[in-house]
Every structure is written in structure tokens, then in C-alpha cells.
Design a protein. Sequence first.
Length: 145
Amino acid sequence: MTSSIDPLHLDNQLCFALYSSSLLLTKAYKPLLAEIGLTYPQYLAMLALWEEDSVTVGTLGARLFLDSGTLTPLLKRLEAAKLVKRVRSDADERQVLIHLTEKGRALRKSAATIPARAACALGMPLTELANLKKKLEKLRANLAA
């Protein structure tokens, strides 16, 4: 059977196109993030914290679509790097708040060029990337519903 009509052909799978693209996108970010000492998941966490500081682990996990089992080790590494501080909430000690440190806030300036540099590495016009992002956000919303 040819790939154009075989529904079980790997190259006909949307899931594979998304998965393999995600792997390659993460690989493209790796050297850029190495310059500022972050992994890709750590970068995503820092992006969310630069938007909104002092959030609970649960709130951050929901924002990143990560469970606490994945997020906790990531936050421990960010804390070891002195980028964040984890503190039990005074209002509810079951909750842990994540606060950026001064070093964590300062890292934002070093990261400022990463989105543009990553976009250049993707080899697509910005308008095409923006349209792709909107379509992926719609797909994500549909999957989350």
C-alpha cells in the first residue's frame, strides 16, 4: 500500500508529525538555552513565572500541562540554581508557592533574545509561524475540552 491511502502509515499520523516536530523544536532550543543554563522544561517554567510570580505549584503545573511528579524535580533543580524559592503558603500549608529570586528575575534579560533566535532557526516566515501557533492552540483547546 502507498502511504497516501494507508491510514496506519506512520507519515500519515498527525500525532507523529506533532511528536517529531516537538522533539526537533526542543533540539533547536537546546544550544540557545544552554547559554543561559536552562533546559527546555525549565525555560517553560521560567517563562510562566516571568509572566506571573508567586504562584502555587498546582497553578504552575496547570499552566504548563505538567503533573506535580514531573514539576517538582524541575522546580528543585531551579531552586538549586537559585532561580526560584519554594515556600509553604501561610494561608494553607498544603500549598507550596514558587517565587522568583533576584537571580531568576535577572535571567529574563539574558533570555530576551531566545524567541527571535529560535524563530530564525525554524526557517519559516513569522506570519506562517503565527498561523501555525494559532492552529495548535485551537487543537490544544479542543483536546483539553
